[in-house]
Design a protein around this ligand. Structure first.
Ligand code: FAD
Length: 302
């Protein structure tokens, strides 16, 4: 009840307050800040996936600018020798305004990544975007089989059936590559599992399916129970170390992250940067309203 109240209040919080929370979860506002975060992660043996913050744009002009920003980012990161790939949110390229324009922009970005033999991950947004994002992935995967992947959300009731229906794109030579996460958007009960245990159960079932079929999973979680469950599945399917990876968000649970890296598993960190940090940060605050009280403390102590 109190958490729900806090969650509803979060979008109304002043930017300065939200920034106090955000600064540890965002690489910075500039591409230079992103490069330095990636270099530091790479030097700890961690790969990256860089995300330019922004979503739900209002005009196709913004979509074009966002595409150009990604194209420039790829040139910069490749030039800097960063060991990492890129994540995109399709609504930032006009998915909900004109899906064809969005497709054309993301195609340009995937083509640029493919020039460097690199990879673009299509993030999964709220349930109103899922069909459109799967269609987008299908079209891009047909043209760039090795250079594009998708995210699937374990909390959605439809995810297992989506996984099965995407198997027609899977071959042992070029396996499907899916990031599996719990899902971060507020979705109604008829669409998404709500309870922690239910979501975790489906997460591990979906992961088991992926490992059994030889899909390359990006296991995206900070939940120790899921990390332990994933390690058991990896062992029982005898998945070789180059057939899966763990993924975490920048700045979240660094100790758990180090323990996975130290045990020799591949780890990739999602590095968000850019001017539009407010939406990203408020979603994460809603997810962890307890953090609000620690910010209040830090405000009082500053
Ligand atoms: P939780 O039970 O939520 O968290 C476990 C513990 O981790 C918490 O107790 C807390 O200690 C810590 N923790 C988790 N999140 C935070 C945080 N933000 N700040 C501080 N501590 C935290 N969701 C989508 O819907 N679409 C996507 O495309 C997407 N991409 C993602 C990419 C990556 C690499 C990751 C790691 C997550 C992504 N997510 C995405 C978010 C995901 O769906 C979950 O909402 C998020 O990861 C929290 O779930 P959890 O598995 O970490 O478990």
């Amino acid at each position: 009840m109190i958490n729900r109240l806090i969650a509803n209040t979060i979008p109304l919080l002043p930017e300065r307050f939200v920034w106090l929370f955000s600064r540890s979860y965002i690489a910075g506002e500039s591409v230079d800040a992103a490069m330095s975060a990636c270099r530091s992660l790479n030097s700890d043996g961690i790969k990256t996936t860089i995300d330019i913050l922004g979503e739900f744009i209002r005009s196709l002009d913004e979509a074009r600018k966002n595409r150009d920003e990604y194209l420039a980012l790829i040139e910069t990161a490749q030039g800097a020798g960063i060991d990492g790939n890129y994540s995109v949110k399709p609504t930032m390229f006009g998915l909900l305004i004109d899906a064809e324009v969005c497709y054309a922009h993301i195609r340009d970005i995937v083509a640029k990544a493919a020039d460097y033999d690199n990879f673009i991950r299509i993030d999964m947004e709220d349930s109103g975007c899922v069909d459109l994002e799967i269609d987008l992935f299908r079209r891009l995967k047909a043209e760039f089989p090795k250079n594009v992947g998708l995210v699937l959300q374990a909390y959605l009731r439809r995810t297992r059936s989506d996984l099965e229906s995407l198997m027609d794109l899977h071959t042992p030579d070029v396996p499907l590559n899916f990031r599996l996460c719990k899902g971060i958007y507020a979705e109604p009960r008829r669409i998404a599992f709500q309870r922690h245990e239910e979501i975790n159960l489906h997460f591990l079932e979906d992961l088991g399916f992926m490992l059994q079929k030889g899909i390359y999973p990006g296991i995206a979680t900070h939940d120790r129970a899921l990390v332990d469950g994933a390690l058991k599945l990896i062992e029982s399917y005898q998945a070789p170390r180059d057939r899966y990876e763990f993924q975490m968000l920048y700045g979240v649970t660094p100790e758990l992250r180090s323990s996975i890296v130290d045990a020799g598993h591949t780890m990739r960190v999602y590095v968000p940067y850019g001017r539009h940090w407010f939406g990203y940060s408020t979603r994460r605050l809603k997810e962890n309203p307890k953090i609000v009280s620690s910010i209040v403390k830090s405000l009082l102590l500053n």
